[in-house]
Structures are given as C-alpha cells and as structure tokens.
Design a protein around this ligand. Sequence first.
Ligand code: ZN
Length: 211
Amino acid sequence: MISSVQGQRIVIDPGHGGPDAGAIGPAGTREKDVTLAISHRLRDYLEARGAEVRLTRATDRSVARPDAPPNEELQARCDVANALNADVFVSIHANASQSSRASGMEVYHARRAGTAARRLARVEHDRLAGSLPVPARGVKAADFYVLTETHMPSVLVEVAFLTNPDEERLLANPEMQEAAAHALGAGLEEYFISGRSCPVAPGAYRSLQTA
Ligand SMILES: [Zn+2]
C-alpha cells in the first residue's frame, strides 16, 4: 500500500531552538525541546511512508546565526522550504498565556492563505482534536512570519499550552508527543489524498521532469 505522502517534499519546522527556548512551563519544560521531539517523531512517521522530509533544525540550535534578529531567524526557516520547493511547510509550537488555565490546541494559516493551506490546517486540526486529550480551539488565521514568507501551503500548529501545568505534563510525555506526531502525519496523508487531482502523485511528475 503506497502512502499518499510518498515522494512529497515536507518541511517540518520545530519552533525556536538554541538561545531561543520559546515558552517555558511552570515545571521548566522548554518549548524548543517539545517542538523538536514532536518534529523528530513526525519525520520518522513520514519517512517510513516514503516522504522526503527536511527539518529546519534537527538539533537544539538556531537556523540562522545564533545572534540573528528574530526576523532573520524566521526567514532562514522559510528559506529552507522555499529553496527546496517544498510541497508543504508545517511549523510546530506550544502555546503560552498569562493565565495558567488557558488550554487547548489550535492550528493557524495565514490570513490570505489559499484553499490548500486552509484545507491542510483543517485536516491537521481535526486529526489532533481526535488524538489529544485537550480542548480543540479551532482553525485560526494569523500572519505569523513563517506563514506569510513561505511559498507553499503552510500551517503553524500550537499543540497545547505549556503554561498550563496539566498540558505541560502532556507535552513533556513521550507517548503524547508520539500521539501528536501520528495525528499530524495522518493529517498530511489525508491532505495529499484529497488534494490529488490525477492518478499520478505530484512527486512522480517532478521525477519525470528531472529525469
Ligand atoms: Zn512558539
């Protein structure tokens, strides 16, 4: 059985890294570690199904130079996907709030996103909603840098709130990281199945053109 992600170029962006820890939970869990762990598991899921996966960072580091201003760092992440002419871009984050009671998962696309990115956000949201024991906050539109400066359908996932003690425990739990990764992987499979308008996968066309 050939997976719909076979031959697809998928860039996964583990939020933050290096000197930028991202959000930090009350027990000390760092967003940059959670996003990297989920990203590694998602990469494994997709590579096992034949996808061409690239992480913007595979270790605890910056993508641009360590002391780069925020927009240069974010542009470096977009550059990875744009240079590769990726089919999709998925940025993974954990949420933060002033209130320790804020909870749940949400998925973003850019405000002016096309139908493909909106559909990707919807399938990722719905798959996560079916697998994580946290409230589903919905698909939302926001112009995060990595969503507006990538040239392919792109989404940003906030898996849960690191500032909520219960959700911090979930985010730090390897089983939950695996569940999130599987949900995101299954969402990508669904996205590429339903987006196919002809019997030949886009990846197959590309290899014909470059042969
Ligand atoms: Zn973040």
